[in-house]
Write a protein that binds this ligand. Structure first.
Ligand SMILES: Cc1cc2nc3c(=O)[nH]c(=O)nc-3n(C[C@H](O)[C@H](O)[C@H](O)COP(=O)(O)OP(=O)(O)OC[C@H]3O[C@@H](n4cnc5c(N)ncnc54)[C@H](O)[C@@H]3O)c2cc1C
Length: 449
């Protein structure tokens, strides 16, 4: 049988459903360049993605095969030339990808070619009906599915038997961003890194994950995003060691399921009563947040890390998102887009879901009256100030205590930007505005479920 296997986010050889049957059948690995994704994705993600794609191409070649690279507009002509018995690809829950796949399925049906849709980007299948809370999703869907589903490993192909066809291919785009250089591009290096993490750090994950030191969390998210490591492997390895880690993987599935069922939430609040809320659209304040010049050390450190490395820990993602939406009252969509353009692990479902969760307008969201105090958060999760000093060079000489106290900070670092706001006033303003909005009824909350 001749099988075209379309590679999207699964840039690896091991534990990959796309390569099932590679030892018996002709497999034609195919990458299809999509203009929409090229426009949407930032350079950090694109750099990691295309480096990893090139690596995969080399690996496939070393096993005797060839990864064809074409543009979407050439797809039908490619199938016409290759004449596959079967085309397979993995499901994707982003609205644009679903539209793309519907078109693909239509065109395959027209051409009389069988197709197969596989699952790789979530651990569990999409539930037919959505869940409004994570706990319900976790207990009633995730855990039972995990017991039912086989999360064993797909065999790694020993060789590829790819038929040679003459077809005009495109060159893989060359993108290079400084930030992406920190990240591994080969699945072997990622696997090593994961093994070390499992051995030395995963047993302590529950206690370390909120701290801002290296290895307090796995830093696997960029590799999950590009499929350099499989979610099944992470889950298999973690099951016996850290329930908390498996629960975090469940959040990943939860947000994918939300986007699947509520595609409109990429731009609209999941809680319909929040729609129409008067978010601020102040470009000057937003710019200071983006540049890491708010005058709040932990916020600035995190935003500078994002700008330098294309990544930041979950804790600081929550702190800066809360600061933008609940202290500055700036539209969560602005923050979501900035993250999306800069994160090396940018993922629409995860990003939108988390932004709305922090802002208070998402499913199972943090209550709107819970507003992080960035100074207390820094004291708790960066108690020695190491994280702040690493990314805010102006503060490298400042005594630790001053990093959590704005009055002391002014004395020690007069050149550091003054605070963009007064925490107490901002907090009251946000709460008054949202209370009034919700009292007016917002747009009526519809029964979604
Ligand atoms: C405002 C905001 C935006 C975010 N945007 C993204 C994004 O674009 N892409 C993305 O992958 N993650 C996003 N996250 C979720 C989370 O911050 C990252 O997945 C996590 O920090 C990655 O680091 P890690 O791999 O070391 O995580 P670990 O703590 O080691 O967790 C292991 C894995 O569990 C999953 N996970 C952990 N926390 C979450 C979470 N809160 N939500 C969903 N899955 C989670 C991830 O797949 C992660 O790689 C966002 C969080 C916030 C608060």
């Amino acid at each position: 049988m001749r099988i075209v296997a379309i590679v999207r986010r699964e840039l690896r050889l091991h534990d990959n459903p796309l390569w099932q049957g590679a030892n018996e059948h002709e497999i034609v690995p195919l990458f299809v360049l999509d203009d929409f994704n090229q426009r949407e994705h930032g350079d950090n993600l694109r750099t990691l993605f295309f480096f990893a794609l090139n690596e995969l191409r080399k690996q496939i070649a070393s096993l005797g095969g060839h990864l064809y690279c074409i543009h979407t507009s050439q797809q039908e002509a490619f199938f016409d030339t290759v004449k596959p018995d079967l085309v397979r690809f993995c499901e994707d829950h982003e609205p644009h990808s679903r539209e793309r796949d519907e078109n693909l399925v239509r065109s395959l049906a027209r051409m009389g070619i069988r197709y197969e849709i596989l699952r790789d980007s979530t651990l569990t299948p999409m539930p037919e009906k959505p869940f409004a809370t994570f706990t319900q999703f976790y207990k009633r869907h995730f855990l039972p599915s995990l017991q039912r589903e086989d999360i064993g490993s797909y065999p790694t192909p020993k060789r590829f038997n790819t038929p040679k066809v003459v077809f005009p291919e495109i060159t893989i785009p060359q993108v290079s961003s400084e930030a992406a250089k920190k990240w591994c591009i080969s699945e072997a290096k990622v696997a090593n890194r994961w093994r070390r993490y499992v051995q030395h750090h995963l047993p302590f994950y529950e206690h370390t994950r909120n701290f801002l030191t290296e290895n307090s969390s796995s830093q696997m998210s960029p590799y999950i995003r590009c499929g350099l490591i499989s979610l099944r492997q992470l889950c298999r390895d973690a099951l016996e060691i850290s329930e908390t880690f498996v629960r975090e993987l469940a959040w990943h599935d939860f947000y994918a399921h939300l986007l699947h069922h509520f595609p409109e939430t990429t731009t609209l609040e999941w809680r319909t009563e929040w729609r129409g809320f008067s978010w601020r659209h102040d470009e000057r304040d937003f710019e200071r947040w983006c540049e890491g010049k708010t005058g709040f050390p932990i916020v600035d450190a995190a935003m500078r890390q994002l700008n330098q490395e294309g990544w930041m820990p979950n804790r600081t993602r929550m702190i800066v998102a809360s600061f933008l939406t609940k202290n500055l009252r700036i539209d969560w969509r602005w923050g979501e887009r900035y993250f999306y353009r800069h994160l090396v692990d940018a993922d629409l479902a995860q990003n939108v879901g988390n932004w709305q969760w922090v802002a208070g307008c998402g499913a199972d969201a943090a209550p709107y009256f819970r507003i992080f105090n960035p100074l207390l958060q820094a004291r708790k999760f960066d108690p020695q100030g190491e994280y702040i000093r690493q990314f805010v060079s102006e503060l490298s000489h400042v005594p630790t205590e001053a990093l959590f106290d704005l009055t002391q900070l002014r004395q020690h670092a007069p050149d550091y930007p003054p605070p963009i706001l007064d925490l107490k006033t901002a907090r009251t303003e946000f709460q008054t505005t949202i209370n009034e909005h919700l009292k007016r009824g917002g747009d009526a909350l519809q029964d979604k479920l």
